[in-house]
Design a protein around this ligand. Structure first.
Ligand SMILES: Nc1ncnc2c1ncn2[C@@H]1O[C@H](COP(=O)(O)OP(=O)(O)OP(=O)(O)O)[C@@H](O)[C@H]1O
Ligand SMILES: [Zn+2]
Length: 730
């Protein structure tokens, strides 16, 4: 493996400004108002209502609803943004005499009980007349005249900044003005506030008539002026209607929620507990019928399945078992690493016996409130007993039944454990309730829990062996489309230590990769790809590696490969690549023929030699001055093996068949003897690797060149190159 040391690791950096732009540009494009209001200011201002300006409409649910941005609707330019509602009334009254009276009455209008200054306000609230004015046809006909009217209006005594940034201060100031206050009052404030806000409205305006006269709007155009207003009105009306509808809806929802809250409070003063109790418990005591999951679905854990088989028989017919006086365990503890199928097994037990399955996670019972965890346990068991025979499954049993000292973090854990113990003691073996607990740390469990009569049967669910992994891979491969050439066993051999869940993920990722690449079927290539991805992190195709580093990596990796190929006890090669992945620039993967339960001295030495191959290659090809940092993890690996050989496996003649566990506590002589032995093993290994690479210099060169051309070579291709044959062009 050619590992990247942190000093040379190239980093992909995204300039901060790009990020900022990426986050902000959409907002900036759509609207300029309020984007820079800080969250605090939001909090301070949201209970009130944002003055309806032409761009932003704020709902009480605090979400901003924006009309699509229309650059033509810029009130500020017109000088109309600072207009009072009373002024609008006058304007309309003058422009369209009788307009209010004649207007069609919408079916859902409602009477305000606080009278506003005009009928229009009472009925429609505050409208932004001037945006509608601008969008009307009149504006297009008389842009100049209208603009000057508007600029006159600007000098009316109102001090409202309706665009730009909003501050708390400007907000308060705005509240003292009238038109927006009205709008706010109508939209969100309760009626007594409305009364208060409306009291001091005072608007005495010059009539628009006068204005029109001073601005000399010709007679003939006054009709058009009015029509323009009418058009604008209708548009604005529709908009207000929409806003009001949604406001009403939100208010209704809030009201209902409030009612619920009050009801809860009346029923139980400890509101939060009650809420959590009911919701949490309901979910805990809902049984799931697990007919569809059977032992057939759980692969690679044959022993566990066999042990659980008798539990299934018992659940099918509890009486039959107890007639003879035999006792079945009440509780079964499934012990194993995460993702090995413990939950699946428990479900399969219920499914096989065709009984209800109650699932609960230990962490659900861990409560800050007194008695809640315990009462959940009580409810769970009550439900289960009523529906026996059944299976109760408690995942993460250690988080409820752990040996905890009472800590402030888990104040009532003791109570919860005691409740669990009491419940388990409280029913008879033939009642037909089986409790299955799962844990990754059996040693963390409270001793009281594993006494006879409680969780007294332990079933280990280990990580699958190569046979188990093959079965699991086959099982999940059968759910996707895969090529005939796929050999699950090869993948299984390369995935030592994978759990069932990880293997499922591997197959899934391969399927995704095939889909992304537009393939019709999953092949070995995708499976290998996703295996490497899970083992080593994603490929880093975007990383630009210069030719010099590529060449070094190619020789380094072929060094490993050549040693592996020509050393008798080394594992067979599976693949060599110079594709950067995770923290590495390239790697060679070897595949044990089988899971190795034991390793011989020769095998360990061979592993060390293969590790040395990378650095030796660099030294031989580029010279001592040009060796790189890329071999550090190789040396780690080799040193670990050598150390274990000396201190654990009794494989050093000098130190004999003895183990040395805590090397720090040994005498200085012994320590230095151990160091000496490790050093010798490593040096000899280095020399062996050098010898092989010198002998096969030609093959080494060929392989490195093939890697530079093809980036990745599989076992067969490596063999072809090393036999001196030509690779087929891919
Ligand atoms: N042996 C297996 N056979 C088939 N599928 C498996 C196996 N092990 C795990 N899986 C798959 O992985 C998923 C997760 O496994 P499961 O939740 O049963 O693991 P677990 O041991 O309960 O893990 P945890 O300890 O994290 O709760 C399962 O739903 C299943 O799809
Ligand atoms: Zn290496």
């Amino acid at each position: 493996m050619f590992s990247l040391s942190s000093t040379v690791q190239p980093q992909v950096t995204v300039p901060l400004s790009h990020l900022i732009n990426a986050f902000h540009s959409p907002k900036n494009i759509s609207v300029s108002v309020n984007t820079s209001v800080s969250p605090k200011q939001h909090r301070d201002t949201v209970p009130e209502h944002e003055a309806p300006s032409s761009e932003v409409i704020v709902h009480p649910n605090l979400s901003y609803m924006r009309k699509p941005f229309d650059p033509a609707l810029n009130l500020k330019d017109l000088g109309l943004s600072e207009l009072k509602i009373g002024q609008i009334d006058k304007l309309v009254e003058n422009l369209l005499p009788g307009f209010y009276k004649d207007k069609r009455v919408s079916s859902c209008w409602h009477t305000s009980h606080i009278s506003a200054q005009s009928f229009f306000e009472n009925k429609y609230g505050h409208l932004d007349m001037f945006s509608t004015l601008r969008s009307s046809s009149l504006y297009r006909q008389h842009p100049k005249t209208l603009r000057s009217i508007c600029s006159d209006l600007q000098y009316f005594p109102v001090f409202i900044q309706s665009r730009g940034f909003k501050t708390l201060k400007s907000r308060t100031r705005r509240l003292q003005s009238t038109s927006e206050r009205l709008a706010e009052a109508q939209n969100i404030a309760p009626s007594f506030v409305k009364g208060f806000l409306l009291r001091d409205r005072g608007t005495d305006l010059e009539s628009l008539d006068k204005l029109m006269k001073t601005k000399n709007i010709p007679e003939a155009h006054q009709d058009a002026f009015k029509t323009g207003f009418a058009e604008g009105f209708l548009k604005a009306q529709a908009l207000t209607q929409k806003t009001n509808d949604s406001l009403r809806r939100t208010r209704l929802i809030l009201f209902v929620l409030l009612l619920f809250g009050i009801y809860g409070l009346l029923k139980n003063p400890f509101l939060s507990v009650r809420f959590r109790t009911t919701t949490g418990l309901d979910s805990a005591v809902d049984p799931v019928q697990m007919k569809n999951v059977t032992f057939e679905h759980v692969k690679g854990v044959e022993e566990a399945k066999q042990e659980l088989q008798e539990v299934v028989e018992f659940l099918k017919n509890p009486q039959k078992f107890t007639v003879l006086g035999g006792k079945l365990p009440k509780g079964i503890l499934l012990v194993g690493p995460p993702g090995t199928g413990k939950t699946l097994l428990a479900r399969a037990v219920a499914g096989e016996a065709d009984v209800p399955f109650y699932y609960a996670s230990g962490s659900e019972f861990d409560e800050m409130f007194v008695g809640v965890g315990a009462s959940r346990i009580r409810n769970l068991f009550r439900e289960a007993k009523a529906n026996a025979p059944c299976v109760i499954f408690i995942d993460e049993l250690d988080s409820v039944g752990g040996k905890r000292i009472e800590s402030p973090m888990h104040p009532y854990s003791r109570q919860t454990i005691n409740q669990l113990l009491a419940e388990m003691d409280g029913f008879k073996p033939n009642e037909g309730v089986i409790i299955i607990g799962a844990t990754n740390f059996p040693e963390a469990l409270d001793n009281a829990l594993i006494r006879p009569g409680r969780f007294d049967m332990q079933v280990t669910v280990p990580r699958p062996d190569v046979k188990g992994r093959t079965e699991i891979l086959k099982w999940y491969l059968n759910k996707i489309k895969f090529d005939k050439s796929v050999d699950p066993e090869i993948i299984a051999r390369g995935t030592v230590g994978f759990s069932g869940a990880e293997l499922e993920n591997l197959v899934n990722q391969a399927a995704l990769k095939a889909a992304v690449d537009g393939k019709e079927m999953v092949t070995m290539k995708e499976l290998e790809f996703s295996k490497d991805k899970i083992l080593m992190g994603p490929e880093r195709r975007s990383v630009e590696i210069d030719n010099k580093n590529k060449t070094i990596t190619a020789y380094h990796e072929s060094g490993h490969a050549i040693i592996a190929y020509y050393t008798k006890d080394a594992m067979p090669i599976n693949k060599a690549t110079i594709m950067p992945r995770g923290p590495t620039l390239g790697h060679v993967s070897l595949l044990p023929e089988n899971d190795r339960w034991n390793e011989t001295r020769a095998q360990l030495l061979a592993q060390m030699d293969v590790s040395m191959g990378g650095r030796v290659a660099e030294e031989l090809i580029f010279g001592t001055d040009h060796i790189t940092t890329g071999a550090s993890s190789d040396f780690d690996n080799a040193t670990k093996i050598a150390k274990r050989m000396v201190t654990k496996f009794g494989m050093s003649e000098k130190l004999g068949v003895m183990t040395y566990s805590d090397t720090g506590k040994l005498s200085p002589e012994t320590q230095s003897a151990i160091e000496q032995e490790i050093r010798i093993l490593l040096r000899e290994s280095y020399e062996r690797a050098k010898h092989i690479l010198k002998t096969h210099a030609k093959e080494h060169k060929n392989l490195a060149e093939a890697l530079l051309t093809y980036e990745t070579l599989d076992a067969k291709e490596i063999q072809i190159v090393l036999e001196g044959k030509k690779l087929e062009v891919r």
